[in-house]
Design a protein around this ligand. Structure first.
Ligand code: AP5
Ligand code: MG
Length: 248
């Protein structure tokens, strides 16, 4: 009973009810939220649970940077400063990914779109490629809200596996063996943009972009906001209440 009421509280119904989502088949589920909100953590779990394709634009850029591709060389300096990579580079990368999919249903998007320009591009792209056609509807955005103190703590403790991409945390989700991936035994890494000065810049960039982007989805009834301050499992349960209404 107590857990149920806590979960109900964690969903902000002012941006649209759950019942309105009943039976919808969104062409994409978009995770929005500040750096460290848990977009990657929740997107990975949702994709696995529902067998959906998942793209994290940040992860794809990091892999381009690591492989020193042309795109990686263009994005590296911008990322190291915590700024956003140019819209056309990001949109082209997402287009390439979506076009490579055999899967025609819902896609999980993590860290994309990040601006109204990207959101408008995505709507156009989904329509022109026929992905947003009945029974598939417009994307649904899930905004994860987390307090600044909690974000700073999460980002300072984040470690990721460079091999499989699994996300851990020194404070909240440590590995069984000191900073070694539980899944494949690779030594974990800290992201270079998780240094304190870059984190502060990323938070500022996020704050500047977030209002117009959330308004874009809110106006169209395509936004659900959730409280992401709880433990990973609690947040997953809250998100599960949203997705349980959908047909994905
Ligand atoms: P990106 O990789 O997308 O970074 P971000 O948005 O800053 O978000 P993060 O990945 O830092 O946080 P997250 O919300 O995924 O949290 P996580 O699940 O890891 O982008 C990086 C850069 O790439 C950008 O700065 C930009 O330069 C470029 N870029 C990417 N996309 C772009 C775009 N569309 N346009 C332009 N440029 C773009 O969790 C964080 C930590 O907290 C982890 O350690 C995790 O274990 C822990 N944690 C998660 N949930 C919980 C919980 N509930 N309780 C406790 N700990 C938790
Ligand atoms: Mg992430």
């Amino acid at each position: 009973m107590m857990i149920e009421s806590k979960i109900t509280h964690s969903l902000d119904h002012s941006v649209g009810t759950l019942a309105e989502l009943q039976g919808l088949r969104p062409a994409a589920i978009i995770f929005l939220g500040p750096p460290g909100a848990g977009k990657g953590t929740q997107a990975q779990q949702m994709a696995k649970q529902h067998s959906l394709p998942h793209i994290s634009t940040g992860d794809v850029f990091r892999s381009h940077v690591a492989n020193k591709t042309e795109l990686g060389l263009k994005a590296a300096e911008t990322m190291s400063r915590g700024m956003l990579v140019a819209d056309d580079l990001v949109c082209n990368m997402v287009a390439e990914y979506i076009q490579s999919l055999d899967h025609v249903g819902c896609i999980v998007l993590d860290g994309f779109p990040r601006s109204v320009t990207q959101a408008e591009w995505l709507d156009r792209f989904l329509r022109t490629t026929g992905r947003h056609e009945l029974p598939h509807t417009a994307p649904l955005a899930i905004q994860i809200n987390v307090t600044r103190d909690q974000l700073l703590r999460r980002l300072s403790g984040r470690r990721s596996c460079p091999s499989c991409g699994r996300i851990y945390n020194l404070h909240f989700h440590p590995t069984m063996t000191d900073e070694i991936c539980d899944y494949d035994g690779t030594k974990l890494q800290m992201r270079p943009d998780d240094s304190e000065d870059v984190v502060l810049e990323r938070l500022t960039v996020h704050e500047k972009n977030t209002f117009p982007l959330t308004e874009y989805y809110r106006r169209k009834g395509q936004l659900r906001e959730i409280d992401g301050n709880g433990a990973v499992d609690t947040v997953r349960t809250v998100i599960g209440r949203v997705t349980s209404m959908l047909t994905i």
